[in-house]
Write a new protein. Structure first.
Length: 57
């Protein structure tokens, strides 16, 4: 199991793989409030599941 992958992604109960959005922690003064709020949510991965499952287990 790759620790770096485990820290960055999560598997939901329905089986989707989700990750945090980038541009959340630093340099937020450049961004609009709408963008900051939008980036708080998790987003799903578009990559194939098989490759990530190999890294997780």
């Amino acid at each position: 199991m790759k620790k770096s992958v485990v820290k960055r992604i999560r598997i939901t109960r329905t089986g989707k793989i989700v990750r945090r959005r980038m541009s959340v922690n630093h340099f937020r003064t450049r961004r609009s409030q709408k963008n900051i709020r939008k980036n708080r949510k998790m987003t799903s991965l578009d990559h194939p599941k098989k490759s990530f499952m190999k890294l997780l287990y």
